[in-house]
Design a protein. Structure first.
Length: 405
């Protein structure tokens, strides 16, 4: 509480209204978050501490609080350097308070999203109703950053609401997870980390493991379940919409169960969604959904991963799906490549120990795809590169095909 008071007392003397919070340590982040809200300011969560990118985003905030030295033209404050102020009562958080986050677009400038505390509280109420009883006496640990909405919701907001203790540092390696032997755990993770679990280690006592930030495949879910002795609970949602649905990997290919107050609206070109988390305003989804008669659904690709080549609409998601059906290919990503003012496709693949034959892959793809949809350029990598949110780093994938390489 003293740390919150110190930041709060200083912020009350500052004229700026929007303050960026850039901390890797979850405790320091939480103290700055509470102080900012009680001071009547708006917390801005850029999602990183990269100096060059913060310079580009400076029009979104008037100052930065961080435990890292940053050379910016706005005030940069390390809360540990602030002088302790006389204790003063914290003012109530304004009713219209909220936080600003950013979408994780792979290209172009990320758009800012305002999340009201009212919507965040509603979201936590849904999660507590679903899993709260099973999380009693758990300690929260996570392999995802609190600086993006998924980690913010599950490593910051949910533990606060349920009164659960949590680790301030992020889990980076499976060995760190296995070292937790004193408390039952709620483990907040992602498909990228779960794929790297070392099943030769002694597993910790995990009461629930939650995954998001990317689709969890059946093999990874099965492996994680066998090691952790718990099925993986998976969350589906976006920064714009908050949580939308959940599923539990107690069997292969489980369907998604929407949260009760989420309304999916069919459109000619896809789906919109509205809920109390969006003030019941419809938001367009980029995913393609296939509903069952029972109201559950499956994800079958992304609406926005369509490119036009020689006047034909080509689904990159469909090509990736077909690649994964070929023997020897364990993972795949397809990106559009510009060559001599013409678009061609590049495939980045992860292969098994037996290796692979690009020509045989091309021949096999002809059974499903039009000639213009068959990748012309190929790169074999050890793993598909991911960004800090454990999502595919599309810019980095395209750079693999730079003509200078």
């Amino acid at each position: 509480m003293k740390d919150v008071q110190r930041i709060y007392g200083w912020l009350k003397t500052q004229p700026g209204e929007r303050w960026a919070l850039c901390f890797d340590n979850s405790y320091d982040f939480l103290a700055a978050l509470l102080a900012t809200l009680h001071a009547g300011k708006t917390p801005v969560i850029p999602g990183h501490r990269r100096e060059a990118q913060l310079r580009e985003q400076q029009n979104h905030f008037c100052g930065v609080m961080s435990d890292t030295a940053l050379n910016l033209s706005c005030p940069v404050i390390n809360p540990q350097d602030l002088i302790c102020m006389p204790v003063q009562p914290l003012e109530p958080v304004p009713a219209n308070a909220g936080v600003v986050l950013f979408t994780s677009g792979s290209t172009g400038e990320a758009a800012q999203i305002f999340k009201s505390l009212q919507a965040l509280d509603e979201e936590i109420a849904w999660l507590a109703a679903l899993w709260g009883d099973s999380l009693r006496n758990c300690r929260v640990v996570g392999s995802v950053s609190h600086q993006h909405l998924y980690g913010f919701t599950f490593r910051i907001m949910l533990p606060m609401a349920l009164g659960l203790p949590g680790d301030a540092a992020m889990i980076q390696f499976p060995e760190q997870l296995a070292a937790h032997s004193l408390h039952p755990l709620l483990f907040i993770s992602s498909p990228a980390f779960l794929k790297r679990l070392d099943v030769n280690l002694t597993p910790p006592d995990v009461k629930r493991v939650i995954s998001a930030a990317g689709k969890l495949d059946d093999d990874t879910a099965k492996m994680a379940r066998a090691w952790l002795k718990q099925p993986v609970s998976e969350i589906y949602g976006t920064t714009e919409t908050g949580v939308l649905a959940w599923r539990e990997h107690s069997q292969s290919a489980p369907v998604w169960q929407p949260f009760p107050l989420v309304n999916f609206i069919a459109q000619e070109d896809g789906w919109q969604v509205a809920s109390p988390l969006t003030d019941n305003n419809p938001v367009q989804l980029d995913d393609i959904l296939e509903f069952t008669p029972q109201g559950h659904f499956r994800l079958s690709g992304r609406r926005d991963r369509i490119v036009k080549i020689e006047e034909k609409r080509i689904s990159l998601s469909e090509i990736e799906r077909r690649l994964l059906m070929l023997p020897g290919i364990e993972d795949a990503a397809v990106v559009p490549i510009m060559r001599a003012n013409r678009i061609a496709l590049g495939a980045v693949v992860v292969v098994g120990e037996q290796g692979g034959d690009k020509q045989r892959w091309r021949v096999a793809l002809r059974a499903w795809l039009e000639p213009v949809a068959i990748p012309r350029y190929w790169r074999i990598v050890e793993r598909i590169p991911l960004n800090s949110q454990s999502k595919r780093a599309w810019t980095q994938l395209q750079e693999l095909f730079d003509e200078t390489r």
